[in-house]
Design a protein around this ligand. Sequence first.
Ligand SMILES: [Zn+2]
Length: 158
Amino acid sequence: VLRTITGFHADEVGDWVAELSCLHAQHVRHDPPFRLRPWVGSEAGRAGHVGTELDCPLCDRAELPAGLELARTAGPFDASTLPAGLRRHHTVATGTWGVLRVIEGTVRFSMRVEPPLDVVLRPGAAQPIPPGVAHLVELDEGTIAVDFLRRPPPPAGS
Ligand SMILES: [Zn+2]
């Protein structure tokens, strides 16, 4: 999934890490001859790459970023109460991750990541859903809830 670079920070050994719009982070190394990114070493070079795109394999694997907190829970829904918007392809808002939880029954879940994900989820399953990725929930019999997670605001004074 292509994501926008929102900023950079240095890790504990001084390597540069891009912060992505999906709330994942990804090392960006100048590692000739394999990866040529001489710009990453300069502040101007990094600033010039904020707003550009980077492919995020963690989003394709639907790995929940660390450090998110629960913002709200939608549901529980069953087949008769599932909102119409969730019955067709839809996305989670920018800056927010969803976690589909199966409470009862089985749910088919598919998502347009690379490679595409198409799974049958059972009670107890918790399927992370990255922001901005089209996905579909097929609920014939069963009950689900969806948690929405966001990054907590930075502590005051930082
Ligand atoms: Zn990502």
